[in-house]
Design a protein around this ligand. Structure first.
Ligand code: ACO
Length: 367
């Protein structure tokens, strides 16, 4: 059975930064309150020209470059997002087109903030089964467009950004070692975007009532998160007969510093084993785990052979954890220049659209 290694990684955050002081000009709050209750100081906010797909493409290209893998070699793209481009088509398909992954299947996976752990596990299982060799997993968010900037309970929490990992098959042991995935739909109401789906289609009233924005019972989500995080970490480690003592790093979903602190206490682990960057990005949902991991890799905190545990929770309710032995790029046979594929992808996409238009025009004429 092949092993599924994380061989490439990339992140992208839009440049504009919104500080707590900026938010205190929009709603009644303060930098002190936000820092004390959440640990967040600032977050990045997408410009009008940034979309989940464009940010996902930036992250994906960086990940492919590190993995030294051409987009045409990808078998599958899984995109996970709590703020997708559309209900359909899948954001994954737009990314597939823009990076020129001509051979890849592409779909979106929805598990709110737990999405990246779920998607990484599904990608790894596709590799472990032997049916695929190269999988791209992208978590990408423009949550700022789903936040009610008049609601101080939620608008202080979220930020925009994207992260991507490349998973590749190898005979060498390592990579994704175990994972647990859980859900409890009885808590669906505590964190949702209630309107815009089939249950509550968009009407003037739903827009007036702000039902297209994130609604959250903060206290309930806080209690749930602190209850499940520690348990999920232990469960994923126990599946492969490891304990917390065997893990060099825990990379938790970055929602709130106090939630991470409580999880560390439950696990009886020192906080300095946790990768934390919530203060600079806020909660970037599916992108938070890859962004935190990549920063820790770039600072040479996470190193090859380290056992790293990813743990997340989110709407659904969903939660999950994964144990990974960090590796890095597979030995290269030849150097792959990734950037030209993107230019070719644009050209190919344009030609395919033009041909589709001409075909449509001619078939209408025949009728
Ligand atoms: N500024 C100032 N005061 C505020 C603010 C604010 N931004 N927000 C709430 N308050 C007030 C409340 O109105 C309340 O006042 P009251 O006592 O007069 O009614 C008081 O502060 C305390 O409010 P709480 O809601 O009890 O504050 P709490 O300590 O629970 O913190 C928070 C709120 C930060 C939202 C916390 O509950 C939390 O982080 N919950 C988890 C949220 C989360 O992680 N969500 C993402 C999940 S992942 C996904 O899938 C998207």
């Amino acid at each position: 059975m092949p092993f599924a290694h994380i061989t490439g990684w990339g992140m992208y955050v839009p440049e504009p930064v919104l500080t707590n002081d900026d938010i205190s000009k929009l709603v009644e709050t303060s930098d002190e309150w936000i820092r004390e209750r959440t640990g967040i100081r600032e977050r990045h906010i997408a410009r009008e020209t940034d979309f989940p797909s464009t940010m996902g493409v930036e992250a994906a290209m960086k990940a492919l470059k590190i993995a030294n893998l051409a987009p045409t070699e990808l078998d599958l793209i899984i995109c996970t997002s709590s703020s997708p481009e559309y209900i359909f088509p899948a954001t994954a398909c737009i990314i597939q087109d823009q990076i020129g992954a001509t051979k890849a299947g592409a779909f979106d996976l929805q598990a709110a903030c737990t999405g990246f752990v779920y998607a990484l596990n599904m990608g790894a299982q596709a590799i472990r089964s032997g049916s695929m060799k190269n999988v791209l997993v992208v978590g990408t968010e423009v949550l700022s467009r789903f936040v009610n900037w008049k609601d101080r309970n939620t608008c202080i929490l979220f930020g925009d950004g994207a992260g991507a990992f490349v998973l590749q098959a190898s005979d060498q042991p390592g990579g994704v070692m175990s994972a647990v995935m859980h859900s409890d739909g009885s808590g669906a109401d505590s964190l949702s975007v209630p309107a815009g789906g089939a249950h509550c289609p968009a009407t003037e009233a739903t827009i007036r009532e702000g039902k297209h924005f994130i609604q959250m019972d903060g206290k309930e989500v806080f209690r749930f998160a602190t209850r499940v995080m520690g348990k999920a970490v232990t469960e994923a480690l126990e599946k492969i007969n490891l304990t917390t003592g065997d893990a060099q790093w825990i990379v938790p979903h970055q929602a709130n510093y106090r939630i991470i602190e409580t999880a560390a206490r439950h696990l009886k682990m020192p906080l300095d084993k946790f990768v934390i960057n919530v203060e600079r990005y806020g909660n970037t949902s599916t992108a938070s785990i890859p962004i935190a991991t990549i920063e820790a890799v770039n600072k040479a905190q996470i190193k090859p052979k380290d056992k790293v545990v990813f743990v997340a929770f989110g709407g659904g309710l969903t939660w999950g954890a994964m144990v990974v032995e960090w590796t890095g790029p597979l030995p290269a046979k030849k150097h792959v220049r990734v950037e030209p594929y993107r230019l070719l992808a644009r050209l190919r996409s344009f030609i395919r659209r033009a041909l589709r238009f001409i075909e449509g025009f001619l078939s209408r004429k025949e009728l």
